[in-house]
Design a protein around this ligand. Structure first.
Ligand code: NDP
Ligand code: MG
Length: 386
């Protein structure tokens, strides 16, 4: 029996992970967490019977306790609740499906406790990859990517030698505004930006896909996961999301992983690696798929990739600033406090103001995160004319 804990079980990745769990008898959920959605969490508790759960606040924990008084369940809250789940003795794998840098401390504690990590929470690796990767190696723990592009690369590298990689080719759909110019982007609404052409995902990553910040985060994530230099990573726009990413080797061979866009595949690959299991659903039909087209990303209009590359070249705590500024900018955009293009302006300004700390320690990352959140909130308040 494989026992897992899911942090962020009420989200897009969390619920799809539970879909996978539902399909098999040899995998069990021992811990779950949500932030606010205790109605869905209660349903999940009744179906999957975890031993420990955690929610965002003490009052939500109290409310959930009342609702689940008939069950023998331990309920935690806040960061302590997440940390307790991350280290649960019974669990073997931690699925990190929370959104944002909140995932850093639980991921580190889970690695220290010897848990393999099925990693969806890319913000954690982007900002603390220099702490997490060596720690995982030292503890003999696997970091198994859930992000579809990184799973594709992981699959392409299975049985291969990482030293023989020439380039990683990360594919991108281009998002809902592919082909549009800056004049068009001046006026886009939250609803426009939330219409992703191929994937149904959480709100934050959907906006990140529209700005291409998501692709920037994925480049930074790939660097840590596969130990390559920035100049060995290239983004290729493939609008239908059929090729999930590719690896070019030293001899010029390119291995691609293809499939219908369905996150359950990378989730299940991470949970059962190296085993492949049956997954019900659509299959690619090459009679109907008459063409696959490729484009170069428009990095003039969509600054997500160049801003991420700039942060990576500076390195250290600048990666935290890039990520934390984006988190706040996306939140402000979703609440209609700033416009779409302000997301780039806010990130750029936060980066320009920052004095980089090389190889920051965990406490320094968390401090820079907090400072950036506060400075970004002030920027937003100012942008609104308050
Ligand atoms: P969602 O917004 O759908 O879900 C986020 C989950 O985290 C929810 O369970 C939410 O709880 C919980 N959560 C939110 N804020 C906090 C917080 N401050 N503290 C603790 N828990 C919190 O996100 P996604 O599932 O889309 O994304 C999760 C991660 O996976 C992100 O890092 C994303 O970039 C990555 N990812 C997602 C993909 C996708 O297809 N969705 C693809 C590849 C990567 P509640 O519901 O109660 O608010
Ligand atoms: Mg992805």
């Amino acid at each position: 029996m494989k026992r897992i804990v899911i942090l962020g079980s009420t989200g897009s990745i969390g619920t799809q992970t539970l879909d996978v769990v539902r399909s098999y008898k040899d995998i069990e959920v021992v811990g779950l967490s949500a932030h606010e959605n205790i109605t869905l969490l209660e349903k999940q508790i009744r179906e999957f019977r975890p031993r420990i759960v955690s929610v965002g606040t003490e009052s939500l924990a109290r409310e959930l306790k009342v609702r689940t008084a008939d069950l023998n369940l331990r309920i935690g809250w806040g960061m302590d609740g997440l940390l307790e789940l991350a280290q649960m003795e019974e669990s073997e794998v931690l699925v990190t499906a929370v959104v944002g840098m909140i995932g850093i401390r639980p991921t580190i504690d889970a690695i220290r406790a010897g848990k393999n990590i099925a990693l969806a929470n890319k913000e954690t690796l982007v900002t603390a990859g220099h702490l997490i990767m060596p720690l995982a190696q030292g503890c003999g723990v696997k970091i198994l990517p859930v992000d579809s592009e990184h799973s594709a690369i992981y699959q392409a590298l299975h049985g291969e030698n990482q030293r023989e990689i020439s380039r990683l080719l990360i594919t991108a759909s281009g998002g809902p505004f592919r082909g549009k110019d800056r004049a068009f982007l001046e006026h886009v609404t939250v609803q426009d930006a939330l219409k992703h052409p191929n994937w149904a995902m959480g709100r934050k990553i959907t906006i990140d896909s529209a700005t291409l910040v998501n692709k920037g985060l994925e480049i930074l994530e790939a660097r840590w996961l596969f130990g390559v230099d920035m100049d060995q990573i290239e983004v290729v726009v493939q609008p239908k999301s059929i090729i999930h990413s590719m690896v070019e080797f030293l001899d010029g061979a390119v291995i691609a992983q293809m499939g219908p866009p369905d996150m359950r595949l990378p989730i299940q690959y991470a949970l059962f690696f190296p085993e492949r299991r049956y997954l019900a659903g659509e299959r690619l039909d090459f009679q109907k798929l008459t063409e696959l087209t490729f484009e170069v990303p428009d990095t003039e209009t969509f600054q997500g990739i160049p801003l991420a590359m700039k942060a990576a070249r500076i390195g250290g705590s600048m990666l935290t600033v890039f990520n934390a500024a984006n988190e706040r900018a996306v939140d402000a955009f979703l609440h209609e406090k700033i416009r779409f293009l302000d997301i780039y302006a806010l990130i750029e300004e936060m980066m320009a103001m920052h004095k980089t700390i090389e190889a920051p320690k965990l406490e320094e990352i968390l401090e820079v995160e907090q400072e950036t959140y506060e400075a970004a909130d002030r920027w937003v308040a100012h942008a609104k004319g308050c």
